[in-house]
Ligand binder design. Structure first.
Ligand SMILES: Cc1cc2nc3c(=O)[nH]c(=O)nc-3n(C[C@H](O)[C@H](O)[C@H](O)COP(=O)(O)O)c2cc1C
Length: 325
């Protein structure tokens, strides 16, 4: 048993989070994470409408009676999704934990707070973490440069970013980006975090609702097999290396602009990768963690293994190192 104040604040057994994942954070995965005693997040925008999100929450409840949350990724966009209606669907469905990401969640906090919903805000810099605490979030999840998805533009890996943030915050801190196992959990705790969040590792589990070829590709990939796309646009995203992501990097490096890559990076293409297992259909998020992933376990086995390995490390190798004369 390994428990931290993160577990007390967010009402879960283990200090392990499955971060929101577009097209992946569905009831099959999230209910398995909940059953394993960790905190899983359905991804709101994977559902086409707020009504569909309410139905997905209900479907997840049929699969587990343990707590789970919803990720609300707030992206600046010309035609934004109806965020207020997604928020209402979350509240009316009785979900008590939300992971916000992408943008300042301030506009949503009063409603969430009024309904007793805890907010874990995910960000990629100390300044945004400090701001999130100031506006009243209940916990902060910090993505280091290693992470899948959007690492921000500061390029600070977790080894420095996590302790730099932890020493400035009083709310529970979750370390995210590059975590896959018990060693990572112990390292995160040592750096001042209260838990870990994982994306790529949970993507490569039996219950993740994606084609098996995607999982096999993660196992085959090393830590070298990611691309940072959209760098010149200052909207960096870390994705799996494939013919499409390499082409996007090349076009932008040679002076191309977003319209020149728009068709390559559509969500519909990325979705095809996950649904059909066509690994070169589009871009798909994956992090440096790929280099530490060698198998496709069930979520239950994965969480049990991480907790057991962390406990053995602390009471075994690390305790023994302290006893050395
Ligand atoms: C396939 C995939 C899709 C993701 N989609 C989202 C998303 O929609 N919103 C979000 O906040 N984070 C998203 N993320 C980021 C994860 O929640 C998490 O922060 C990140 O994966 C942590 O890094 P790791 O992959 O090294 O564990 C995604 C990650 C992956 C792998």
């Amino acid at each position: 048993m390994l428990t931290t104040r993160f577990c007390d604040t967010f009402g879960v057994e283990h200090p392990i989070v499955q971060g929101g994942m577009q097209w992946v954070g569905r009831a099959e995965l999230v209910s398995a994470v909940a059953e394993a005693g960790a905190l899983g997040f359905l991804t709101a925008l994977t559902q086409p409408t707020p009504e569909a999100l309410a139905a997905e929450i209900a479907r997840c409840r049929e699969l587990t009676d343990k707590p789970f949350g919803v990720n609300l990724t707030i992206l600046p966009s010309i035609n934004p999704p109806p965020y207020d209606e997604y928020r209402r669907a979350i509240i009316e469905s009785g979900v008590k934990v939300v992971e916000t990401a992408g943008f300042n969640p301030e506009a949503h906090l009063p409603e969430f707070r009024a309904h007793g919903v805890k907010v874990l805000h995910k960000c990629t810099s100390v300044r945004h973490a400090v701001k999130a605490e100031r506006i009243g979030v209940d916990g902060v999840s910090i993505d280091g440069f290693e992470c899948a998805g959007h690492p921000g533009e500061d390029d600070i890996p977790g080894l420095v970013l996590i302790p730099a943030a932890a020493r400035r915050l009083t709310v529970p801190v979750v370390a995210s980006g590059g975590f896959t196992d018990g060693r990572g959990l112990v390292a995160a705790l040592a750096l001042g975090a209260d838990g870990i969040s994982m994306g790529t590792r949970f993507l490569c589990t039996v219950e993740a609702p994606v084609h098996r070829r995607v999982k096999e590709q993660i196992v085959a990939h090393s830590e070298l097999d990611t691309e940072l796309i959209f760098r010149p646009l200052r909207n960096t995203a870390r994705v799996a290396s494939n013919s499409v992501s390499r082409k996007v990097v090349d076009i932008l490096r040679e002076g191309g602009e977003f319209p020149d890559v728009r068709d390559l990076v559509t969500g519909a293409r990325g979705r095809k990768v996950f649904e059909d297992g066509d690994l070169d259909a589009g871009i798909w998020s994956a992090g440096l963690a790929q280099g530490l992933i060698d198998d496709i376990p069930t979520v239950g086995d994965l969480v049990r293994r991480i907790v057991a390995e962390a406990g053995e490390l602390i009471t075994g190798r690390l305790a023994a190192a302290c006893r050395r004369p």
